[in-house]
Design a protein around this ligand. Structure first.
Ligand SMILES: Cc1cc2nc3c(=O)[nH]c(=O)nc-3n(C[C@H](O)[C@H](O)[C@H](O)COP(=O)(O)O)c2cc1C
Length: 191
C-alpha cells in the first residue's frame, strides 16, 4: 500500500474479532519497525511489552478507558475485545524528546500493523500504577502508552470535518472520524 493510502486506512479501531488471536512473533515484527525509528540523540530509551495471552489481555483490558466522546458506550464487549497489546514504557527522567520518541515509535508500530491487516488503537487513559503491575514495567520506567491490536470488527469512516471534530457512530454502527481539511492546518510563512 502507498504511504498516503496506509495513513487513510489507519483509523483507530475499538471493536475487534477477539477470537482471531495474534502471535507474539507478529507483535515483535511491529516493534522491530519502531526499533528503526528516529529518536532524540539516538538514545533508544523506550521499552516495549508485547501482550498476547488471554490471561494477560484480560488483566490489561479493565484498566483502559475507551472512546471518551462515545458517552453511552462502555467499551468493547466480550468477543470484541483486543486479542493483543503493546505497552510502551518510557524512562521516568524528564527529557523533552521522550514524548516525541513515543509518538514516532507508536506511529511506526500501528502503521506496520495496518500494513499487515491489523487494526489498532492507542490508549493513554489508564491507571498507570495498575498497568505498571499488569505489564511488568521495568524499574526506572513508567507505562506511557498502551496500544490495542486485532483484526478489525467494526467499520470506520474517514470524513472531512464540517464543524465538529468529535468522532461518532451512525445508525449502522459505523465509526466516523472527522479530520480538518488540509488548508485549515497550514500556517503560511511571514514575508
Ligand atoms: C496520544 C493518544 C492517546 C489516545 N488515547 C486514547 C484513549 O485513551 N482511549 C481511546 O479510546 N482512544 C484513544 N486515542 C485514539 C484517538 O481517540 C483517535 O486517534 C482519534 O479519535 C482520531 O481517530 P483516528 O485514530 O481514527 O484518526 C488516543 C490517540 C492518541 C494519539
Amino acid at each position: 500500500m502507498k504511504f498516503h493510502d496506509l495513513a487513510e486506512a489507519n483509523r483507530s479501531v475499538r471493536r475487534f474479532r477477539e477470537n482471531e488471536r495474534i502471535a507474539e512473533q507478529q507483535l515483535l515484527k511491529f516493534i522491530d519497525s519502531a526499533r528503526l525509528a528516529p529518536c532524540g540523540a539516538n538514545l533508544q530509551l523506550l521499552r516495549f511489552t508485547p501482550v498476547t495471552e488471554r490471561k494477560h489481555c484480560s488483566r490489561i483490558f479493565p484498566l483502559l478507558k475507551w472512546a471518551g466522546y462515545l458517552e453511552e458506550w462502555n467499551g468493547p464487549e466480550e468477543g470484541e475485545r483486543p486479542p493483543a497489546y503493546i505497552v510502551i514504557h518510557a524512562p521516568i527522567e524528564e527529557r523533552r524528546h521522550i514524548p516525541v520518541d513515543i509518538g514516532i515509535a507508536a506511529a511506526y508500530v500501528v502503521l506496520a500493523a495496518r500494513e499487515s491487516g491489523y487494526g489498532s488503537c492507542m490508549i493513554m487513559s489508564f491507571d498507570e500504577n495498575l498497568i505498571e503491575k499488569a505489564a511488568g514495567t521495568p524499574e526506572g520506567y513508567h507505562p506511557f502508552l498502551v496500544i490495542a491490536f486485532g483484526v478489525p470488527g467494526e467499520e470506520t469512516v474517514l470524513e472531512e470535518a464540517d464543524g465538529g471534530i468529535r468522532y461518532y457512530r451512525d445508525a449502522k454502527d459505523r465509526h466516523h472520524v472527522p479530520k480538518l481539511a488540509l488548508y485549515k492546518l497550514i500556517v503560511p510563512v511571514k514575508d
